[in-house]
Design a protein around this ligand. Structure first.
Ligand code: HEM
Ligand code: NAG
Ligand code: NAG
Length: 320
């Protein structure tokens, strides 16, 4: 009885992560080089192409919001499961960085076979990409011990990942479903200061019809994008035309200046509360960096699979 009470109290006092069994330094004794090996692969990839780092940060979001952070987004189609998450519209063909995860998994498997989950590798890699693309300003530890899932269903992506045409209430409720607050949503949207978007993600609701997108950006985008993008003709543009390869608070400045691509980005100004957050993040970069780090840890903790429910995959693209 006293014991039980002590556990309940320490769970209330510790980070939620501790209660899910996630732990910083989880592989300290079983695979001490795991995090360094992942970091080395991410560094190599980001040096060659900063876009792969943007892809990996987005990958954590898309993994965690669908079936929890369990690497379900990494599974390739098979005869037994021809329509995994990877083929869902929010992921196909735009999600990138899978080869970096494969390379990190390869390095880790050579050092300690069968020990480190793909879900943990995705979380470590997103942390490392954030660090590198922010020029070391976004820095945090990742509690680990996730297991990899076996369920991966393309249509689930549409249920849980808000699209770029979403209004503010859809964004807030979509994040709330995953235990994240409106502020977490605003803070994590700062990731739209890096990477790219396909024209099809914003042309229909931002260029083809009346929208609040600023005239200078609109005319630039009309030159880069077809009037009606198709699968065969769907170029990409950078999300942040000021500092396209730096993870920074420029996104919030862009929101205020009507220089953002998506309805969902612009929608952050549609309530007093979130508008205030946008202005604060635009003004105080160091405070946003800290909040971003905390929100990434929180996102990386969604619906973690405990023992018995998951496995440590041998190959991140296939269930064991
Ligand atoms: C708030 C709801 C969100 C919506 C509606 C949204 C939507 C999108 C869309 C439509 C794209 C462009 C995909 C393409 O056409 O290539 C994109 C890109 C991106 N998103 Fe989000 N996103 C959201 C939240 C997030 C979060 C929480 C993160 C991570 C913390 C994130 C990180 C990124 C990154 C890094 C890219 C660039 C990817 C690349 O260059 O490959 N987004 N997002
Ligand atoms: C999944 O989505 C596709 C395309 O929207 C639809 O045709 C199909 O019926 C859906 N499948 C299920 C099981 O909901
Ligand atoms: C937001 O979008 C949802 C889904 O499209 C819609 O049902 C809702 O009425 C919209 N809310 C507002 C305030 O426009």
């Amino acid at each position: 009885m006293a014991n039980k009470l002590a556990i309940v109290i320490s769970c209330a006092m510790l980070l939620a992560a501790a209660c899910h069994g996630l732990e910083v330094g989880y592989y300290r004794s079983t695979c001490p080089r795991a995090e360094a090996l992942v970091r080395a692969e991410v560094k190599k990839a980001v040096r060659a192409d900063a876009g792969s780092g943007a892809g990996i940060i987005r990958m954590l979001f898309h993994d965690c919001f669908v079936e929890g952070c369990d690497a379900s987004v990494l599974l390739d189609p098979t005869a037994a499961n021809p329509q995994p998450e990877k083929l869902g519209a929010p992921n196909n063909p735009s999600l990138r960085g899978f080869e970096v995860i494969d390379a990190a998994k390869g390095a880790v498997e050579r050092a300690c076979p069968g020990v480190v989950s793909c879900a943990d590798i995705v979380a470590f890699a997103a942390r490392d990409a954030s660090y590198l693309l922010s020029h070391a300003r976004v820095s945090f530890h990742v509690p680990a011990g996730r297991l990899d899932g076996r369920r991966s269903v393309a249509n689930d992506t549409l249920l849980f990942l808000p699209g770029p045409t979403s209004n503010l209430s859809t964004l807030v409720s979509g994040f709330a479903t995953k235990g994240l607050s409106a502020e977490d949503m605003v803070v994590l949207s700062g990731a739209h200061s890096i990477g790219r978007s396909h024209c099809s993600s914003f042309v229909p609701d931002r260029l083809a019809t009346q929208s609040d997108i600023g005239a200078p950006l609109a005319s630039l985008l009309r030159r880069r994008c077809p009037a009606s993008p198709t699968t065969a003709n769907d170029p990409t543009v950078v999300q942040d035309f000021v500092t396209p390869r730096k993870l920074d608070n420029q996104f919030y400045r862009n929101v205020l200046a009507r220089r953002v691509l998506f309805t969902s980005d612009a929608a952050l100004l549609s309530s007093r509360d979130t508008g205030r957050m946008v202005r604060a993040n635009a003004r105080f970069p160091a405070s946003w960096e800290k909040k971003f780090a905390k929100a990434m840890v929180k996102m990386a903790n969604i619906e973690i699979k405990g023992s018995g429910v998951g496995e440590v995959r041998k190959n991140c693209r296939l269930v064991n």
